[in-house]
Every structure is written in C-alpha cells, then in structure tokens.
Design a protein around this ligand. Structure first.
Ligand SMILES: Nc1ncnc2c1ncn2[C@@H]1O[C@H](COP(=O)(O)OP(=O)(O)OP(=O)(O)O)[C@@H](O)[C@H]1O
Length: 270
C-alpha cells in the first residue's frame, strides 16, 4: 500500500538512511523501532512528503510521493494521516475540540456532513459529545492524544503514521490509547505504522516489526518471531533494554494471536 524503497538521505555527505526498503499492506499493524539517532524521524519526514530523498522512491497506491507535487500530496493526506508525538503541543490552544477535529476536513476540502464526521471520529476514540466544546487546556494527556487521533481519522485515512504515540503518558493511559489504536485497526481497518524507540510498545500493538539501526532496516519480521529469536545482536540489545522497563515482554502475544476480543472504544473510560 505504502512504503519507501531503497532510500538514501544525506546531510553534509553523511547518509542518514542507507538501506530502507519495505511496504505496508492494507490493514497492517507494523512497528518501526530503533534507538535515538537511528533515523526514525528522518524516515517519517520522508514518508509524510515533507523532505526529499537523495535517492529512492516512496509510493502509495500507485502514486509517487514527494515534496512539491501539491495535487498528489493533497490526495495523499486523505489516505495517510499522522499522529504526533506531543498532542498538547500539536493542538491549537485557541480552538475547541469540535474545531480541532473539523479543521483537517476543511483544510483538505472534504465535502459532506462535518458535524457527523466529527462526532463519529470522537466516538471512535471513546470521547463523547461532552468533549466538543472543550479546549486543549482542559484535557488530560490521554484525552488530548485521543483528540489528536480523532483529527487524524476524521478524514478516513487508510494508514496512520504514529510517532511515539504513547510517550509522555502514564501506564494506564498508555493502555487506553493502545486500545483505541487496536480498535481503529480492527473495526475501521486502518493500517498503522507505529514508530517508537521502545520495543515493548511495539510488542503490545504490532504484528510485524521493523528494526532501524544507523539508517538501515536490519530486521523485518513477524513480531512474535522477532521476540522469540532476534536475528541481530542489535535487536537483542533493544529487547534487553525494553525488558528493563517493562514486564509485558515476557509473554509477547501479538494481537493477531491473542485470544479473546478487543474491547470496543465505548468500553474504554475517558
Ligand atoms: N537536519 C539535520 N542535519 C544534520 N544531521 C541530522 C539532521 N537531522 C537528523 N540528523 C542526524 O540524522 C541521524 C538520525 O536522526 P533522526 O532524528 O532521524 O533519528 P531518530 O531515530 O528519530 O532519533 P530520536 O529517537 O532521538 O528522535 C542523527 O544522527 C541526527 O543527528
């Protein structure tokens, strides 16, 4: 569906990304993990069409994505949306939730009943109508993150690019936001690329994991297999670092293999 191929991007003659070649299939939950400086943000900027690669290409549904092609990027924003790392900073403090969630619809010239779309998007992230008139300052971190997700899904994208969507949230709130992302994937069939330095976050959510190390994808495997037997020493080190902070890694069960059903967003408390 979407993905870069053989990317390179240089700053002052130093390549930041060297061997990056992967595709994201429709409805897939895929994690991209790597230590600080591995190139995650650079890759994200390229995938968002915000920066141009020195070499290589990015394609989405048969169209090549690159900065400058305004018409293609406008179409691309309807297909691929972004969930920022710091929702508090990304939400305009002067706007109400109603306006914040509607803004991308207006910006992208999407026709239709915006009121209904806004309410539906909020419901999908487990926020009811009482949030419509609230401003960002009155939201908790988890609520602000869910408003940021509602903004992204209001345009009904097929792929979400989420940059460290759980960072800065305490553990119970992380669990709620994780559940929202799982439900969006399961119920609305939205693919997700989750970018994180923390493999335990990827393990909780993703069926497939990519490991980025010094600008190269060194592993691209089903999450369960990667956790059982990392092929690279670097991955094993990342796993050890993650287990230091989390006990969830002792029993890695990707969503596709987990027994039982996911709670719906209506069952998730605000
Ligand atoms: N504008 C720039 N000029 C020069 N070097 C850069 C620039 N942006 C990034 N880099 C370098 O590219 C490498 C990858 O940076 P990037 O921000 O993509 O890593 P990251 O994996 O997202 O790290 P973090 O998790 O800390 O955000 C780093 O060595 C960084 O110093």
């Amino acid at each position: 569906m979407a993905g870069p191929r053989r990317w390179g991007w240089r700053r002052e003659r130093q390549p930041i990304l060297k061997a990056v070649d992967f595709a994201i299939r429709p409805g897939e939950l895929i994690g991209l993990a790597g230590v600080s400086g591995a190139g995650k943000s650079t890759l994200l900027n390229l995938m968002l069409g915000l920066a141009r690669a020195d070499s290589g290409e990015i394609w989405c549904q048969g169209r090549r994505i690159q900065p400058g092609s305004v018409r293609v990027l406008r179409w691309y924003r309807r297909v691929v949306q972004y969930i920022p790392q710091d929702p508090a900073a990304s939400l305009d403090p002067r706007m109400r939730v109603r306006e914040l969630v509607r803004e991308p619809l207006v910006h992208l010239g999407i026709d239709g009943d915006h009121r209904r779309r806004v309410s539906e998007a909020l419901a999908q992230v487990g926020l009811d109508g009482s949030f419509l008139e609230r401003r960002p300052e009155s939201l908790s971190g988890g609520q602000a993150q869910r408003v940021a997700i509602a903004r992204a899904i209001a345009v009904r994208p097929r792929l979400l690019l989420a940059d460290e969507p759980l960072s800065g949230l305490d553990l119970p709130v992380q669990a709620k936001v994780t559940q929202v992302l799982k439900s969006l994937n399961h119920d609305a069939d939205i693919a997700l690329l989750l970018i994180s330095h923390d493999l335990s976050v990827v393990c909780r959510l993703c069926q497939r994991t990519l490991i980025l190390d010094a600008g190269a994808i060194i592993e691209d495997r089903p999450t369960a297999a990667l956790f059982r037997q990392p092929a690279q020493a670097h991955t094993a080190a990342l796993l050890r670092a993650a287990t230091t902070f989390s006990t969830t890694l002792s029993m890695p069960v990707p969503p596709s293999e987990a027994a039982g059903r996911h709670p719906t967003t209506q069952e998730i408390p605000s």
